[in-house]
Design a binder for this molecule. Structure first.
Ligand code: GKR
Ligand code: MG
Length: 434
């Protein structure tokens, strides 16, 4: 039975795939394409109250969303439990949960997250409260983020034939100079911290031989000192022996080490030899993973992500489980725009404990689809958006432009291997490379 406890009913769900300019960033799985795909969801209700959300883009997810969109006409957006059940019953359990890539490729959790966040935006507007208040209330006004450094090729992403104004703006040095050596990494960090005021720094690793990445971490420590926490994330591509050896060379400069090796068992075994916290967005990524995570102690910090943990409410539930079992919770990110950032900030503001600045790719993007343009960072933090719901409104002109990019760029899913082969034709992905 479907309860109707409010006078709100979903009238229409609009799924809009977009392609956003993304620089040629390197990671363990290859190279970012000139465009990153996102999907924007708008839910319209009978009372003229609408909700929005944003998730990683993928043609298969878009089709699935369109499939359930019709079934949801007439639903009460307050009925999130029934909505979740309907989504999970419709699509069933996925066999290969997340894949070996640095990013999560599951379908159902992303679909439910898109629907839940847009419904929470509607509910917040209906009761005139910000989403943070729906998650338990505000524990802080401002949510700190970390600088997220990448080795990269030159350029700012986009392709002139697709987009007449593709140039990323801001902190040009960090965007346009190839950061391939410790000095380049430090220059990128300085530029990003100057522009955004970040007070923690993460280097995306897994791209170059371990000694080069260790040298970069030591150079960051030398440049920024002990007051700026540092993290390194090779996306599980280091062998156990490699991690044991090279990890020791930089353990003293790391705030935490993110996914040095693949799988909970390896993480747990390696962790025993280190005195720093281990973090993951790869080996513990769902509620089903938690019993083994707790039993093995595979990590100290779970890098949650509402897009693949199944929404904001699920992320709050995860926070409570982390509290219960003495784990910390922080946040993972992928290339994204302001709707996702707003949702991350509402969640960050509601988290009961907050120890580590959250990840965000936002500085690598230059476009926006919310009214008022790009969200502001002050001293590395973002204030909880004002107003009810998520506190952001969709700019339909900007959305249409980025949808056009999507149609013209012809990408249908993220594939960093294909992009990498355009630069190095014989490059192959290896689940464990170094
Ligand atoms: O954007 O290349 C990237 C990152 O590697 C991303 O896909 C990861 O999911 O940022 C993520 C991480 O922390 O592993
Ligand atoms: Mg990671």
């Amino acid at each position: 039975m479907l309860y109707q406890t409010s006078n709100l009913k979903i009238e229409e769900i609009i799924v809009t795939p977009i392609a956003i300019t993304d620089p040629p960033l390197l990671n363990a799985a290859g190279l970012h394409a000139p465009y990153a795909l996102r999907t924007v969801l708008e839910i319209k209700t009978n009372r003229g109250i609408n909700g929005v959300s944003e998730i990683p883009g993928n043609a298969e997810v878009n089709e699935a969303l369109a499939q359930v969109a019709e079934q949801l006409v007439g639903w009460d957006p307050f009925q999130l439990g029934a909505l979740k059940k309907m989504i999970f019953d419709t699509f069933g359990k996925e066999e290969d949960p997340r894949g070996d890539a640095p990013w999560d490729q599951r379908k159902v959790v992303h679909i439910y997250s898109a629907l839940e966040v847009a419904c929470l935006d509607i509910i917040g507007k209906a009761v005139d409260r910000p989403v943070v208040d729906l998650l338990g209330g505000r524990m802080r006004d401002r949510v700190p983020f970390a600088a997220y450094l990448f080795y990269k090729y030159e350029g700012a992403g986009g392709k002139l034939e697709f987009n007449k104004d593709p140039q990323a703006t801001g902190w040009d040095a960090a965007r346009q100079e190839a950061a391939v050596d410790p000095e380049g990494v430090v220059a990128q960090a300085r530029a990003m911290c100057k522009e955004f005021g970040f007070q923690s720094i993460k280097l995306k690793g897994g791209a170059f031989p371990p000694q080069e990445e260790v040298d970069a971490m030591l150079a960051l420590y030398e440049a920024f000192g002990a007051k700026v926490p540092l993290r390194h994330d090779p996306n599980a591509i280091w062998k156990m022996e490699t991690a044991a050896h090279f990890g020791k060379k930089m353990e003293h400069v790391l705030e935490y080490w993110e996914d040095p090796v693949r799988g909970q068992k390896n993480m747990a075994d390696l962790r025993k030899h280190f005195d720093i916290p281990f973090a993951t967005n790869m080996c513990t990524t769902s509620f089903d993973d938690l019993p083994a995570s707790i039993a093995l102690h595979s990590e100290d910090i779970i890098l949650s992500d509402h897009h693949f943990w199944g929404g904001l409410t699920a992320s709050m539930q995860l926070a409570m489980i982390c509290q219960t079992f003495g784990r910390d919770l922080s946040m993972h990110s992928n290339s994204h725009l302001g709707i996702s950032l707003a949702a991350m900030v509402h969640l960050g503001a509601a988290l009961p404990d907050f120890t580590y600045a959250l990840d965000t790719h936002y500085p690598w993007q230059s476009e926006e689809i919310i009214k008022g343009g790009r969200m502001k960072f002050e001293d590395g933090a973002v204030s909880v958006p004002e107003g009810p719901g998520l506190g952001v409104a969709l700019d339909h002109d900007a959305l249409a432009k980025l949808h056009q990019n999507y149609l013209e760029c012809r990408l249908t899913k993220r594939d960093d291997l294909v992009e990498m082969r355009k630069v190095q034709p014989d490059w192959t992905f290896q689940a464990t490379r170094w």
